[in-house]
Design a protein around this ligand. Structure first.
Ligand SMILES: NC(=O)c1ccc[n+]([C@@H]2O[C@H](COP(=O)([O-])OP(=O)(O)OC[C@H]3O[C@@H](n4cnc5c(N)ncnc54)[C@H](OP(=O)(O)O)[C@@H]3O)[C@@H](O)[C@H]2O)c1
Length: 299
């Protein structure tokens, strides 16, 4: 059996690839094992000046974890792929009797008042509290930062193309998105300090309403973006009909519309104190994202 110092999941995604770039800058030359899927695109990371090795598998599969743990017995695991895989991972640890240090990316979605959305996260975090090894759980808010993000880049593209954006309800709900690079920095900080453990909420440097977010996008694009107000009930009703009655895909899912009405601002004071976490403002982050999208020809 090899004893590998570090195992990473999610390295081909937005946060994971930024973390790898930070490891390059930090001169991290220990062996790193990356769990990737057979379909994962490794083109952009393989050339990095890191001692990377790949284990092909599925982070949601017990078989993958059993084989990987038997063969490599990692000392530390940074699990970025999905917190939903944690029950399988913990059971696999138990099966092989290993308790590596765990750094896990969760989500502030656990605070949602919609039980169907938050109940799985609550159950998973509860299971995590029973883990006999050391762990640190980082809960980001909505992640943005490039054309690879799942959220704001679509909004920016839509605003750029059509000059308006639908706002369901009043548009006064609060948001505090985190830039993926600030999240990657926090992960590196935890990795480099083995005594850090516990749970931290990681939110962005600005709290804004949805209307204010559109105003920042308008400013960064340098062209008008008109909010089109749609009554909440009309939005929910249309998405429900599309999803449940017609069986089609609504452009905005019912759950997304409902969750957009929730305030999603969370303090990162604990992370600021313990992780030296000082995230950039949304204005700066969106300026960088728009510039990046221009340079990639996405806008
Ligand atoms: N996006 C958000 O707004 C948000 C908010 C809160 C929390 N989070 C959580 O934060 C983490 C990072 O988000 P992100 O947006 O940076 O991620 P991302 O860009 O979607 O990348 C996900 C990564 O996980 C890998 N992955 C997914 N399922 C896998 C599986 N079954 N086996 C192996 N690898 C798997 C993907 O591999 P492939 O390249 O093969 O797809 C990819 O490398 C995720 O856990 C996400 O749930 C995200």
């Amino acid at each position: 059996m090899n004893n590998i110092p570090l195992l990473l999941t999610g390295v081909t995604g937005l946060t994971g690839s930024l973390l790898l770039h930070k490891l390059v800058k930090a001169d991290f030359h220990s062996q790193i094992l990356c769990l990737v899927r057979p379909t994962s695109n490794r083109d952009s990371i393989e050339a990095l000046d890191l001692n990377l090795n790949f284990f092909i598998g599925d982070s949601a599969a017990t078989k993958t974890w059993e084989q990987l743990l038997e063969k490599y017995s990692p000392a530390t695991i940074i699990h970025i792929a999905s917190i939903r895989h944690i029950p399988i991972i913990l059971n696999s640890f138990q099966g092989v009797g290993q308790h590596p240090r765990l750094i896990i990316i969760g989500t502030t979605g656990i605070y949602s008042k919609y039980n169907q959305y938050s109940k799985d996260y609550k159950a998973i975090e509860e299971q995590l509290t029973q883990y006999p090894g050391q762990y640190c759980l980082l809960r980001p808010t909505m992640i943005y930062g490039s054309h690879r993000d799942k959220n704001l880049h679509k909004l920016i593209k839509f605003c750029d193309r059509y000059g308006f954006f639908p706002v369901f309800g009043s548009g006064q709900c609060l948001l505090q998105p985190i830039h993926a690079d600030d999240l990657a920095k926090a992960i590196l900080h935890v990795l480099q300090r083995p005594t850090i453990q516990g749970t931290y909420d990681l939110s962005g440097g600005s709290i804004v309403t949805f209307r204010e977010l559109l105003a920042i996008v308008e400013k960064q694009l340098g062209k008008p973006v008109r909010p089109i107000y749609i009554p909440l009930r009309v939005g929910v009703w249309s998405a429900t009909i599309a999803e449940k009655v017609l069986g089609t895909k609504s452009p905005v899912r019912r759950e997304q519309i409902l969750r957009l009405q929730e305030d999603k601002a969370y303090s990162h004071n604990a992370a600021q104190r313990d992780l030296d976490f000082f995230p950039r403002s949304l204005e700066v982050g969106l300026q960088q994202e728009v510039e990046l999208m221009h340079s990639k020809g996405v806008l």
